[in-house]
Design a protein around this ligand. Sequence first.
Ligand SMILES: [Zn+2]
Length: 152
Amino acid sequence: MRRALEVAADNPPGNGVEAGAAGDLSGDIPVGAVLYGPDGVELAVGRNERERTGDPTAHAEVLALRRAAALRGEWRLDGCTLVVTLEPCTMCAGALVLARVSTLVFGAWEPKTGAVGSLWDVVRDRRLNHRPEVYGGVLATESAALLRAFFR
Ligand SMILES: [Zn+2]
């Protein structure tokens, strides 16, 4: 989770990257995700890039899943662990179920859009044939503080 927080905080406002320049993420809500392989090796990271890319699906989790799948050359990410600083939304929760991610670890709860227990519980829906193991609220205070600083 410390690594995911590091990814989320990458390019915070005032770090010298010019607004609108390549790699500028200062306009994007700071959410970071890290995907680990079955052996615990880091496969990919993702940082929310919705504003920078103008892509509504460019959430941290989706980007990390895409990059890890591309690296492994297959869409199945069995045995992998996704760590993300914020409770996933319906899209991301659905994507990690489809990718067969084995374990999900997330930081802050997201009462407005959370789909891993807050508003919905997509990943533990018994009607689905794959349900990852979930650990929520890990370093939640730090993750929430990062978000609060952004919205201040
Ligand atoms: Zn999402």
